[in-house]
Ligand binder design. Sequence first.
Ligand SMILES: Nc1ncnc2c1ncn2[C@@H]1O[C@H](COP(=O)(O)OP(=O)(O)OP(=O)(O)O)[C@@H](O)[C@H]1O
Ligand SMILES: [Mg+2]
Length: 222
Amino acid sequence: MSNAVEIRHVTKVIENDGRKIRILNDVSLDVERGTMTAIVGKSGSGKTTLLSIASGIDSPTGGAVKILGQDFYEMKTAQQEKFRNQNIGLLFQNYHLIPELTCEENIRMPMCFSDKNVKEEIIEEWIRRVGLQDKRHYYPQQMSGGEQQRTAILRAIVNDPDIIFADEPTGALDSKTGANVIKFLGAYSRQAGKTIVLVTHDMDIAKGCDRVVEMADGRLVE
Ligand SMILES: Nc1ncnc2c1ncn2[C@@H]1O[C@H](COP(=O)(O)OP(=O)(O)OP(=O)(O)O)[C@@H](O)[C@H]1O
Ligand SMILES: [Mg+2]
């Protein structure tokens, strides 16, 4: 199987004040294993919605999503949760760090729900490489936006997932730190054969990916 994700004729319709709004309109996309794909497009075009559906956190109104060959939205809820913990790393647009946990505790949090963790030495190396060694005992409210974002990136990969979905992973970072984060994710993808799907507004970052797709008004244009 060479596709990590197969999105087939996905639609998302939301009802608002009795009016139906079509946020995604017949979107199909194959994401090849081990590649890095960028989703670009104007604000409000449906990028976050598509990423949420592709990563199994928001169900489509129509169509199907296969993740690692499994029809995700046909699984039972308990099975979906287990599957996500084992195979998927998520990086949200607004980080979703846990305020009561320190930087390092946030990074390690997914390890509580999985036996598929990466080695201690590797976690230490990552913390150094993204420059969080002095912040490991800080709580999210004591960290800058960029530091929170880098914490969230390490948390997304700490369970050694096959696929990482990232919503604007460099949105809060200055261009140099942003480029470093992308270099880090790119190297991680190549070395470990990981699939990465990221949303970005930065064309330089998109150009560094294997493939770029564009969303416009809930549709996909290559
Ligand atoms: N629950 C909802 N109810 C109504 N409209 C919604 C809902 N969720 C999303 N939308 C609308 O769907 C559209 C797509 O939203 P989405 O968050 O996917 O956009 P985006 O491309 O990620 O934008 P941005 O670049 O600003 O993050 C937007 O117009 C948004 O207002
Ligand atoms: Mg978004």
